[in-house]
Every structure is written in structure tokens, then in C-alpha cells.
Design a protein around this ligand. Structure first.
Ligand SMILES: [Zn+2]
Length: 169
């Protein structure tokens, strides 16, 4: 199913390429690039991640969703950037949970784990089942990070980090 999606996307993308001058059709940018706002390294995301998570207004201003990088720095307002285009929280249809002040502070978009929920578990029971729950559900029903998580990738590392941070409070 994944490979079908990819082929379909590349076909659509090559059509875009013929129609427009600029070549932004690398499916997922390789390597890491410095965020122009915070100078931290940012990772490339798939066009389908932006297509799924930008709001209609932002989408109407872009002809192609490929070639963007995701900035995960909590204090940085930039969510995605590509050349001179910067997209922020106001361009998104979901709250970017890892950014400072986000509410809800969603970490796992596939199965609904937020900082608030993890914190409540830690306070109430002294532990959280977040990681176990996510790992079980990744097997069945499976996850859709590419179209649900602004990072476009697996949330497990972020969830572990958040549990550690909250456990130290
Ligand atoms: Zn940044």
C-alpha cells in the first residue's frame, strides 16, 4: 500500500514539474538542513505530510508540498520551511504538540497521547503506560505517522523524552 502511494505521488509530481518552472519535487529531502529561524538542524518531510496537516488557506498558496523541512525546536515558531517559505502554527490544521505553549501538547498523533495525559498518569499512578500502549497499537491497528504527526515520523523517541522530562519534575 505504501509503495502504491509513492508511485502515485511521483506521477502527480512529475506532472506538476512540467507545469511549473521550479523544481521542488524531491519526494523527501535528504539529510538535515539548518532552520533559518533557530539554526537547529531540521529533517526533511514528505509532501503528503504537509498535504494532510496544513490548513486549506496554506494549501491554496502552495503548488507543491514537497521539499519541506520540519523544525522540532520547541521555542522556534517555524514548523516547516523550504527556501523562502516558512510555515507556522497558524498555517496548520492541527496543534503542533512539541512547540512551546501548545495545547493540547500531543506527542503521539496516531493514538492520542498528550503531555497532559502522560503527566496525569505519572501524578496519579507514578508511571505511564504510554510507550507500551503505543508499541502494542503500532502492531495493531498500525500507525499513520506520515499523515498525522507534523514530524512525519515515529513519535517513540519524543514520547520517551517527554516521560523522562516529566518524571524529573
Ligand atoms: Zn527552527
Amino acid at each position: 500500500m505504501f509503495s502504491n502511494f509513492k508511485v502515485k505521488k511521483e506521477e502527480r509530481c512529475s506532472t506538476d514539474k512540467q507545469n511549473s518552472e521550479h523544481n521542488c519535487c524531491s519526494v523527501q529531502p535528504k539529510g538535515k538542513v539548518e532552520c533559518s529561524s533557530c539554526s537547529e538542524k531540521a529533517k526533511g518531510v514528505l509532501g503528503k505530510t504537509l498535504e494532510a496537516l496544513l490548513n486549506d488557506n496554506a494549501k491554496s498558496k502552495l503548488t507543491c508540498f514537497d521539499g519541506f523541512y520540519y523544525c522540532k525546536t520547541p521555542s522556534c515558531k517555524t514548523v516547516y520551511f523550504r527556501e523562502d517559505t516558512i510555515l507556522r502554527q497558524e498555517n496548520m490544521s492541527v496543534v503542533v504538540g512539541l512547540k512551546d505553549g501548545a495545547s493540547p501538547a500531543t506527542i503521539c498523533y496516531c493514538f492520542g497521547w498528550t503531555k497532559e495525559k502522560i503527566k496525569a498518569e505519572l501524578q496519579g499512578r507514578g508511571k505511564t503506560v504510554a510507550l507500551e500502549d503505543i508499541k502494542v497499537k503500532m502492531q495493531n491497528p498500525g500507525c499513520s505517522c506520515e499523515i498525522l504527526n507534523p514530524s512525519g515520523g515515529c513519535c517513540l523517541a519524543d514520547v520517551s523524552k517527554i516521560i523522562k522530562e516529566l518524571s524529573l519534575l
